[in-house]
Every structure is written in C-alpha cells, then in structure tokens.
Design a protein around this ligand. Structure first.
Ligand code: ADP
Ligand code: MG
Length: 482
C-alpha cells in the first residue's frame, strides 16, 4: 500500500501549524499517516473520540494541508485504530469537490457511535461531537468549580449510582459543557460499549417535534429511553414548551427508574428556570445540584497554562499573567483572548511575548483596538434581541425563518466585529453552527450593508448602541476573512 513520505507529512503538519495554528493541538503529534491510496490519505488517530472530532471538525483544514504538501487533489479520512482493518477494505468514495463522501467514514468500534448523539436523518446537524480537549485531565479546578468537578468524576466512575441526576448550572463559559463531555469520555474510556446519548436541549426538542409531526413517536421513545446514560446540555431551553417538558418528564422517569445516569447542564438552578414545571424542578433536585462560578485569578492563570500546553505552544509567564488579569469574566473569554494572541503571533510569524499580546488585545495603538474588550456577547445579544423582538433561544435554535435568521446573522456579524471570539466559538454559541456558517452570515450582512443603505444604517445604529464606534460597511469585515 502506498504511503505519504515523511517529508510530505512533516510539510503537511508545518502547514497546519502555520495556517491553522489555533486548531492545532499537542496530541496531533500522535497522528500517523497510514496509507495514501487512490487519492485518499488515511490518518490514524489514537482514540475514537479523536477520530470523530477530526473527521467532523478539522477535515477541511487537513485536506487543504494534504493538497499543499502533495501537490495533488488528495482527500483525507481519519481512521481509528480498531477500525483500520475494516476501513482499508472499503473503496473510498470521493465527491466531486475532492472531499470523501460522508458515508465513507468507517467506524466499527463500539465507542465510535458514542458522542455523536442521535442521527435525525438530516445527517450531522443535531449531533454533539465530543472534543478531546474537554477531558478531566484538561479541566482546571479551583474554589469556583471544585464540587462540580468532584461530582462529575464520581458520576463518571459510578454512573447511575453516585448522583442521579447530576445537575450542573452556572453562567456562560464556565466549563459546564467541558464537564459534561469529560464525563462522557471517562465513561467511554472505562467501558467503550456504554450507550451514551449526548445532545443539546435544542436537538432534543427538535427531534421530539419532528417525530410528533411524522408520527414516529415510538422511534423517538426508543432512542431516548434505551440508553445507559442521557446527557442534555443547556436544559434551561426546555422552558415554556409544555409538550416537550411532558415528554422529557416521562423520559426522565423511565431512565431514572432503571438506574440509568442522567446528566444535565443549565444556565440557572432548577428553581430559577422560568416556567419549568414543579415536578421537573423537584426531580432535578433528587440527585446533586451543583454550580460552577467565575474562576479567580490563580485559576485563570492555570487555565491559560493548560490551554497553552494543549495547543503545544510556548506562552511566557508574564503573558499568561497579563491575560488573566485583563480578562476576569469566564474561561471562554480567556480562551478567546488567548486565541487572538496566538493568531497574531502566527500572522506576524513571531513568538508570543508581552508587547505582542498587548497589541493583540488592544492595549496599544494599532493592535486589536477595534475589538474592544468591553463588549461581551451578552451586550450584543441584548441590543439585537430587543431591536428584533426575538429571544436568545430563538437565535440559538435551528429555526431558519427570516425573522430569526436576520437577527442571528447580525449577532454573528457584530460578535466577530466587536469581540475576540473565533468563528468556531461564535458558531458554537449560536446553536452549534460551524465556522463556515458564521463566515457566510458575516458575508451576507456585509454585502447587504453595502447594497441596502437603510439596512446599513440600522446595523450601524445597533453597533453604536452596543458601545462606541460604528461598523463601516466598506471597510469590509468579510474581506478580512479571506
Ligand atoms: P459553558 O458550557 O459553561 O458555557 P464551556 O464548557 O463551553 O462553558 O467552556 C468554555 C471554554 O472554557 C471551553 O474551551 C472550556 O474548555 C474552557 N474552560 C472552562 N472552564 C474550564 C476549566 N475549569 N479548566 C479548563 N478549561 C475550562
Ligand atoms: Mg455549554
């Protein structure tokens, strides 16, 4: 079987580190290019979680790197160790655009189906992908999250018996999703055959409605009630939807009675979720309700160091201290600042040092001044939801009606303009959309602002309300996306 030669592989990885520095991780070192056959490069991962993650989240970048390194139209596929034998027997299906057809992903190990949630027929849109970053090892504990962490570890080691349900609540960016995913990954490491269903609340509700409409309730119930563990992220979105609350209530009871573990996250404690039925509020309290709060300075420094290690980059102590003192809101914002600094260093082909970090974070003229650090996603959401008279949950939902898509796109546009979040992070916040969707949204708004004067004025006004300054349509943000 043909192989990629070492020099080409090195070139490919160098390209990744240069062009896509912020998605590169230390564990990419473990990847092995095992075969190059018929225009298909197979890259072997160490775990099923890595395989699924890379295949779903990083395929485009690796394909680009492979094409640059080989000079050929190569498609890439990630394979997990146990599935290797299987996968080499399949004929690679390649689309006209050079990407492997989605059904060419071969994954036969028990773990492979886990972490991808439920397939709803429309492919991958509702599936939660486990990120190898979100493990217990990579979670930094402090007084703000000690209990939630300890409870999560206990649940991972004794699912169904330690605390059931486990309910983790807290503000945005404080590590709830990270803990949920760490539990899933630990359980899979202990027992790869565990049948875990990990979905967002939004996906749960959408699947429910779809199944009601298509008369497939039996299928829905089978999916949700025959699992070893049900994990639902952001359960606060259940609010105000009577029928889904009812269905969730029965799902909960059935799983609970058979000692199946239930793990939930929410932005508020059960009793503070608006319009949540009392019977659910009380059930959520049957196990353990614990919260995560803002990390203190020491914890913030430790989080930054952990992220640097994970990404395999050198970050001098004075830089981590500087970022940790500047950003005190939450871990997501910290990571956003970190990514900005890293991105600037990669762009300028320089090492990270304090002056570079200061310039990147807008503390010096000519730095990232336009992305004022005072603006938060919440500021943007407040202004946009009020103007369009929509709710945050609409923006985060999968609805595609114009009344929702326009404000959602405006939010993404302003988030990119005014905050440090990456396209991935913005997409993640607005309902788990990928970076290409965010890019498309930004371009759409940008184009429309140029063509439709009134619309331009309106977006500028929203921007002005968020903080000082205006959005300049001609100084195209879309152009800067490349
Ligand atoms: P939430 O779900 O509460 O909004 P996330 O779990 O998505 O927040 O966390 C946002 C980002 O911050 C993730 O990249 C996550 O890894 C990181 N993060 C949050 N808390 C911690 C922590 N204690 N240690 C390491 N990383 C953290
Ligand atoms: Mg989350």
């Amino acid at each position: 079987m043909a192989k990629l030669d070492n020099a080409q592989w090195r070139e490919m990885m160098t390209y990744m580190r240069k062009k896509h520095s912020t998605i590169c991780r230390q564990w990419f070192e473990e990847l092995v290019p095992v075969a190059l056959d018929g225009g298909l490069l197979q890259i072997q991962t160490s775990t099923a979680v890595q395989q699924n993650y890379l295949q779903k989240r990083c395929l485009e970048q690796f394909t680009e790197a492979a094409q640059v390194a080989t000079g050929n139209l190569v498609a890439v596929r990630f394979v997990d160790r146990p599935s290797m034998n299987q996968s080499v027997h399949t004929t690679p299906a390649v689309n006209t655009n050079g990407a492997p057809a989605s059904n060419s992903v071969v994954n036969t190990s028990g773990a492979a189906t886990v972490g991808v949630g439920v397939s709803t027929g429309d492919g991958h849109s509702d599936q939660m992908v486990l990120s190898p970053d979100y493990s217990f090892d990579n979670f930094i504990t402090g007084p703000n999250n000690q209990l939630a962490y300890a409870a999560s570890v206990a649940v991972a080691n004794q699912p169904g018996t330690a605390y059931n349900p486990l309910f983790i609540h807290g503000g945005v960016g404080l590590g709830k999703t990270h803990l949920l995913q760490a539990i899933c990954q630990q359980i899979l490491a202990n027992n790869p055959d565990t049948n875990i269903l990990y979905v967002s609340c939004d996906a749960f509700m959408n699947q429910f409605l779809e199944c009601v409409q298509s008369g497939k309730m039996n299928e829905f119930r089978h999916r949700y009630r025959h699992v070893d563990m049900l994990v639902i992220d952001d359960i606060h979105f259940l609010a105000k939807r009577d029928r889904t609350q009812e269905e969730f209530f029965h799902t909960f009871n059935e799983l609970y009675q058979s000692n199946k573990q239930i793990v939930l996250s929410s932005d508020a404690a059960p009793s503070e979720i608006p319009d949540l039925e009392d019977r659910l509020v009380s059930r959520f309290g049957w196990g353990l309700v614990t919260n995560v709060s803002k990390p203190g300075y020491e914890t913030r420094v430790a989080i930054l160091k952990a992220k640097a290690k994970l990404r395999g980059i050198q970050m001098p102590e004075e830089v981590t201290n500087y970022i940790a003192s500047k950003i005190d809101s939450n871990a997501r914002e910290l990571e956003g600042a970190f990514t900005t600094v890293q991105g600037h260093a990669a762009l300028q082909e320089k090492n990270i040092d304090l002056p570079l970090a200061q310039a990147a974070l807008g503390d010096q003229p000519g730095g990232g001044g336009a992305k004022s650090n005072q603006v938060t996603l919440q500021n943007i959401i407040d202004v946009v939801t009020e103007y369009y008279n929509v709710r945050l949950s609409d923006l985060q939902s999968r609805r595609r009606h114009k009344s929702v898509t326009e404000p959602r796109q405006v939010c993404m546009f302003l988030a990119r303009k005014r905050t440090r979040f990456s396209l991935e992070e913005i997409g993640g916040y607005f309902g788990g959309r990928d970076h290409t969707t965010v890019m498309h949204s930004i371009r759409t708004i940008d184009d429309r602002m140029k063509k439709d004067e009134m619309f331009g004025v309106q977006v500028n006004q929203l921007d002005a309300q968020i903080g000082m300054g205006t959005v300049s349509a001609s100084n195209s943000l879309a152009e800067s996306l490349g």
